[in-house]
Design a protein around this ligand. Structure first.
Ligand code: NI
Length: 169
């Protein structure tokens, strides 16, 4: 496994649509393992493949706060099929370092996806996990949260207080 370079806003790959995954081979598995390592290294709660420069519909998310808890989810070709309610809160992105902004997302989402064995799965998510699923699915469409921000995109005042100002996803 290796930590990959995270692409930042201004890099045009972040504005491109990612392609469906049709099979998992060694390279795909290596990509997924690297994405997981890169997300944890950067203290992010989610990462999409285009953020490491690969236009494939793959997302990794871990919104768990307890280190004992395994909250890692790998979503291949995710599709949000249902949404419910609304939540407005601060959001950040590893591709937009040092920034945060208020974004309204659904409170609950249901998504279908393929797991690493290419088996169809369904995820029911709410709260931060629902927000992360929406944010990462947007990445696969070439969209960044900065276009959804209500009001100003703000500087994170102190990098050591990031947890209070929004998770980077
Ligand atoms: Ni992001």
């Amino acid at each position: 496994m290796a930590v990959r370079n995270i692409r930042e806003i201004g890099d045009e790959i972040l504005n491109k649509r990612s392609k469906e995954v049709t099979k998992i081979n060694d390279r795909t598995n290596e990509l997924i393992d690297d994405m997981i390592e890169t997300m944890y290294e950067a203290n992010g709660v989610g990462l999409a493949a285009p953020q490491v420069g690969v236009l494939k519909r793959i997302v990794v998310i871990d919104t768990s706060t307890d280190e004992e808890e395994d909250g890692l989810i790998v979503l291949i070709n995710p599709q949000i099929t249902e949404t419910e309610g609304e939540q407005t809160g601060s959001e950040g992105c590893l591709s937009v370092p040092g920034k945060t902004g208020m974004v309204t997302r659904p409170e609950k989402v249901r998504a279908t996806y393929l797991d690493r064995d290419m088996k169809e799965q369904t995820l029911e998510a709410e709260g931060l996990l629902a927000r992360a699923v929406c944010h990462e699915c947007d990445h696969l469409e070439g969209k960044l949260y900065v276009d959804l921000v209500e009001g100003e995109l703000m500087d994170v005042p102190n990098p050591h207080q990031e947890e209070e100002t929004g998770d980077e996803i």
